[in-house]
Design a protein around this ligand. Sequence first.
Ligand SMILES: [Zn+2]
Length: 342
Amino acid sequence: MKLLLIGLDGVRLDIAVPAAMTAHPGFAEPDHPADPRFAAGPRPEDAPDMPEPTDQPAAPTLERLWRGGAILPVWMTPPTDSGPGWSALLTGTGHEQNNVWWNEFVGHRLARTPDLLTRIWAANPQARTYAAASWDALVDPGGPGPAIQQRPDQQVGGQHQIFHAPDTTDGVAAADRRVTAHATWVLNHEGPDAAFVYIGGVDEAGHDHGAASPHYREAISTADEHVRRLVKAVSERYEQLGEEWLIAVTTDHGHKPEGGHGDDEVDVRRSFLVLHRVGPDRADGWARDAVADRGPLRAEQVAPLLLDLLGVRVGSWDPAHPVGERTDIPSVGPTRDLRYEW
Ligand SMILES: [Zn+2]
């Protein structure tokens, strides 16, 4: 089974797929406390209220994926900025391990906390992988990350492809269209073993207009249409080749009614993981059965779960060997112990 992981930045599930909010009791409140350093300040007096709840999903494709698959709550650990969020989701490590706390990525350890695609490749160096994004922190070696490792040796032969749409002068939503166009082509014609596609337009609308705005809801619908095209690209491969795919969709945080994120509000910390298997009819209940006793998840548990569902086993060293530890020796010179004189 191949993997298509779609990352939608800054999506609130109560707008995207309101019916899914009651599907799992774990969506009600966070499963773990937040560090008080990242507590939200007082709500501004002029902050708008969210619109009246509606049953109508802004993301009908996401709803269809969920109804034919499964959804799990995911709780982000503040700070709920995009850098730490995507680093945790993609690498399966927390802020302390990968040392990504803000969008500056200062002092990050992403070389030692490889992303999901790199782990899949490490498990079998034949694997072909693909990543597409507009945000440089995810894919550009000249950016502050990147969270997705470059692996130039694999890029030479097209075994690892990275598509970066850096031009956001017409908005992130315009760059999303280029990302989706490239991704649908590669998914449809090449069918990499594992792919990550990032859509950033919802976060842009959240910052510009707030989650209470019609613009935010429209941006979710636009992102959902990108999701539909990506799913269609791999569904055609199942139809013609019988190639099975695991579709996974997640987000890194919500948005405040007035816009913004980064702190510990419940609506900002709430994320989700939609899982859907594209395969024969019996695949419909597969995702539901596969994760029936799972969740809520923390962000760093998403990548390990996906690897598990794919059956990817990452190798390990003898547990007694402290891999990667660096310890200097005292500068005392030779001891004259002949056992160690060579
Ligand atoms: Zn974000």
